[in-house]
Design a protein around this ligand. Structure first.
Ligand SMILES: NC(=O)c1ccc[n+]([C@@H]2O[C@H](COP(=O)([O-])OP(=O)(O)OC[C@H]3O[C@@H](n4cnc5c(N)ncnc54)[C@H](OP(=O)(O)O)[C@@H]3O)[C@@H](O)[C@H]2O)c1
Length: 234
């Protein structure tokens, strides 16, 4: 009996999620989920060109009804919760809508998407849920009252869920990157300090997913070795 492993990546339309989808496609059939369907179609084309299999799923993870409807009936082996938004502002500059959006996409979506796919994993006695956290999930910074709060919540969610489902054969991991060169939080210009590349995070996800069946890598932090040294000069 051959089983084709399926990986679903949220926020696969660009940035870190796209890089993760490309790497996972070397070993799994990939479902790339995000709102930008055109970008997802381009991802699918890239994966197919490399000989992999993929499909695009238009999905707003912040819409619980849509999540339940679109994910119903999907058997997923590796679920990567990557979709995220960040508005870095002091608390009094954050609007209620900005606060709510970060809570909805970064935290509430974890509940809704997990709720849709976890029962199948438990029934099959295997599965891996990987959540993209952040160093902001354990460090505070000025402007992080909204974003870093959501990423702290991610750490709590992951550890509690891990304890809950480990005996059912389901793994839960968090991969927490430092600063990554993407368009996250509407950055207009590249940073002066060296940053990770999206593919560095994707490589870490692959390490976490490819541990022996009985081994769980629960938390991984990925940092640039030295923010002072531009990439390629080390
Ligand atoms: N960049 C960094 O420095 C950094 C550092 C640490 C952790 N992270 C984390 O890494 C993850 C990815 O960030 P990134 O840097 O790759 O950001 P990005 O380039 O802005 O990509 C964000 C992704 O999330 C998706 N997304 C946003 N809202 C969504 C929604 N409502 N429903 C479905 N998908 C949604 C976007 O797709 P659509 O717009 O097409 O929906 C996009 O694919 C986030 O969780 C972020 O917190 C980033």
């Amino acid at each position: 009996m051959s089983h084709e492993s399926v990986a679903l990546v949220t926020g696969a339309s660009r940035g870190i999620g796209r890089a993760i989808a490309l790497r996972l496609a070397e070993q799994h059939r990939v479902i790339g989920a995000a709102r930008d369907e055109q970008a997802l179609q381009a991802l699918v084309a890239d994966i197919e060109q490399r000989g992999g299999r993929a499909e695009a799923m238009a999905l707003d993870v912040a819409d619980p009804a849509q999540v339940a409807a679109r994910l119903e009936g999907h058997a997923v082996d590796v679920l990567v919760h990557n979709a995220g938004v960040g508005t870095m502002k002091p608390l009094l500059d954050l609007t209620p809508a900005e606060w709510q959006r970060m809570m909805d996409v970064n935290v509430n979506a974890l509940f809704h998407v997990t709720r849709a796919l976890l029962p199948g994993m438990v029934a099959r006695g295997r599965g891996h849920i990987v959540i993209i956290g952040s160093i902001a999930g354990r460090s505070a910074f000025v402007g992080g009252a909204g974003y870093a709060t959501t990423k702290h919540a991610v750490m709590g969610f992951a550890e509690n869920l891990m304890l809950e489902v480990r005996d059912a054969g389901v793994k839960v991991s968090v991969v927490s990157p430092g600063s990554v060169a993407t368009d996250f939080s509407g950055r207009a210009e590249p940073r002066a300090s060296a940053q990770l590349l999206a593919d560095d995070v994707a490589a870490a996800v692959m390490s976490v997913v490819n541990t022996p069946p009985e081994v769980l890598m629960h938390r991984v932090e990925v940092r640039i070795l030295s923010p002072k040294r531009p990439r390629g000069t080390e």
